[in-house]
Design a protein around this ligand. Sequence first.
Ligand code: ATP
Ligand code: MG
Length: 286
Amino acid sequence: MENSIRIAVQKSGRLSEESLKLIKECGIKFYNGTGKLKSTATNFPIEFLFLRDDDIPGYVADGVADLGIVGENELVEKDKDVTVLKKLGFSKCRLSLAIPKSETYPGIQYFEGKNIATSYPKILGDYLKTQQVQAEIHEISGSVEIAPSIGLAEGICDIVSSGSTLMMNGLKEVEEIFQSEAVLISNRGLSGEKQQIVQKLLFRMDAVQKGKKNKYVLLNAPNHSLDTIVSLIPGMRSPTILPLAEAGWSSVHSVISEDQFWENIEELRAAGAQGILVVPIEKMVI
Ligand code: ATP
Ligand code: MG
């Protein structure tokens, strides 16, 4: 279908929930019953393919899907020719080298001549090359953490988020070699019509992402400190100021990034701000 696009998302796993949540937040409605491999949105020209994440870069490169949501780790490992349209900010994790807890670690030369088990032979191989370390890479598809305890390898290279899986398997993280988050990828040869639909989707995703980073702030302030308060929460153009029923006081409404808000909160209070409300923003178009 030329007047519609196809997006590949992970069927079930650590990317699925956030991928579908983002699409729903873009106002796109669809049904994804358990076990369904395909679905079509009812109010946007987009069709979904639910796949294993390993297959997503290849399907997008081949044009079976126009877009895909996948982790950068999987994307770089598969080394397919696709365009990265957007970092999505979820499924953040890192790929790290780990060795048995009891070992002392002198630095990356520890791995010289050793066996390392991993599901990421390309990323690991590239890293070792940049470090000028010669090691034997054993590719295994899962349960990488048990490799040292069963004598398969002396170290591992795997995804780490909290480090608790490593701990449970008597390992310690010694080098972080790659940082990853979910990205939106696109086939390189999309038709003009498909590109237009992709632009619409990107516009919506931007609005959702900006909304998440910012908060709507309402507060009460004595009129004599309005200048200071306005300078602390300058807003998109400028804050809205409304008089309160009580003389000498105003209500100030503004938009501010959450980080900035926490940085300025003490100064706002010192300037006399009271009754501060911070409200989430669903979408934001500047
Ligand atoms: P599939 O069955 O689709 O092949 P999988 O088992 O290979 O799934 P998941 O464990 O669901 O993969 O992880 C999918 C992606 O989520 C990973 O490739 C990585 O980008 C990211 N990820 C993995 N572990 C974590 C974590 N602990 N926290 C956040 N993100 C993670
Ligand atoms: Mg996978």
